[in-house]
Design a protein around this ligand. Structure first.
Ligand SMILES: Nc1ncnc2c1ncn2[C@@H]1O[C@H](COP(=O)(O)OP(=O)(O)OP(=O)(O)O)[C@@H](O)[C@H]1O
Ligand SMILES: [Mg+2]
Length: 344
């Protein structure tokens, strides 16, 4: 179980932390770069700029463009990574000192990481004392090559890296900020992007399970393209535009989306068996949460109330913000907002 404050400690690279009030979060997704600048000296924090930029083959140029659109110079940014190169596990270990834990964690990590230990950076946070003298520990491991690529990409775009986080922790950060009422129920945060779906099961300010599934919106596009014998860009248009070929597209989307939902169901089952509690609310975000009919698909496979939450809830909009442009794409900004709200 991860306390929110502890999550903030889990940073694999702590380069440097300036006491800057303007926090810049940059989420480099598989299809779109989402960037925000948030002024944390204001209460509530204020969104001063955002950008939403397609990721082209020239990734560096796309990042530069996204940052230029923020209209800020000389910036250091928070970013995050996710997917198969990042592993997060909550494990039980025998009680021991912090020093002993440091070396024990390396061996423990070996059991969970499908890479050689010298290929990864590991970090851990001791979470709590359990009965029987055991402790629970949050283990994080990330491939060095992925971290290095990200550092190179940002420096190639003229940026300084402030901190690297993990997508699901950033989503949780944005989620906790967006909720004012009691959070003491079990919520599943599900961010469905293009290539990856991030799952996070939280209760109060604690996370009980995080998992990245490599099935998302792109798999629906590919299924439409294959079944209807279309080029991918035509299939993408058909996916996001429910007016065309509605009857043909519906069963294909349903099948592809069920694959994802069944994977999510396995995570819910794991949580429910381990902790004896049910997921009560499902908070959906990510660009693919805009899929027409998504609520009905989810209801077929998962139980729990479905909420399409706004990552910008409890954040003021500066008068400079084009709110009409932001409105339809808000759901894609959970990671970027969480990064922009980081304490660092
Ligand atoms: N109206 C819509 N209906 C269905 N899907 C949509 C719609 N709008 C956007 N999408 C899908 O949302 C996805 C992009 O969402 P998002 O920006 O959250 O992903 P990403 O961050 O680029 O990817 P990832 O998180 O996998 O790295 C694409 O697969 C796109 O097809
Ligand atoms: Mg994403």
């Amino acid at each position: 179980m991860i306390k929110a404050a502890k999550i903030k400690e889990v940073v694999m690279q702590r380069l440097f932390r300036k006491k800057e009030q303007l926090n810049v979060g940059v989420d480099i997704g598989a299809t779109f770069i989402k960037a925000v600048a948030i002024d944390k000296s204001k209460t509530p924090p204020e969104l001063t700029a955002f950008s939403y930029e397609p990721l082209t083959k020239d990734t560096t140029a796309s990042v530069k463009k996204a940052i230029t659109k923020l209209g800020i110079s000389n910036i250091s940014v928070n970013t995050s990574i996710s997917g198969p190169s990042v592993i997060v596990r909550i494990v039980e270990m025998p009680g021991m000192s912090e020093r002993e834990l440091k070396s024990a964690v390396k061996f423990e990590a070996e059991r969970y990481i499908p890479y050689k230990l010298d290929e990864v950076i590991t970090d851990f946070v001791k979470l709590e004392e359990l009965t029987g003298g055991k402790i629970s520990v949050l283990l994080v491991a990330a491939k060095k090559s992925v971290i290095n690529n990200r550092i190179e990409l940002l420096s190639g775009a003229g940026l300084t890296l402030r901190a690297i986080d993990i997508d699901s922790f950033a989503i949780m950060n944005a989620f906790l900020n967006s909720q004012k009422e009691s959070k003491d129920i079990t919520c599943a945060l599900i961010d469905i992007g293009a290539k990856i779906t991030n799952i996070n099961i939280v209760s109060g300010e604690q996370s009980y399970l995080t998992r990245d599934i490599q099935i998302a919106g792109d798999d629906i596009t590919v299924a439409i393209a294959e079944k209807l014998n279309l080029k991918k860009n035509k299939a993408e248009t058909l996916k996001v535009n429910p007016v065309e070929q509605k009857n043909e597209r519906a069963p294909i989307i349903k099948d592809a989306f069920y694959n994802l939902l069944n994977e999510i169901r396995l995570s819910f089952d794991f949580y429910e068996n381990r902790y004896g509690k049910n997921v009560q609310k499902i908070y959906v975000s990510g660009g693919s949460s805009r899929l027409e009919g998504i609520s009905d698909f989810i209801k077929d496979i998962l139980s729990g109330d479905i909420v399409f939450w706004d990552p910008f809830n409890n954040i003021n909009m500066s008068p400079k913000i084009d709110t009409a442009a932001l409105e339809p794409i808000k759901a894609s900004f959970a990671v970027a907002v969480g990064l922009g709200l980081r304490e660092s």
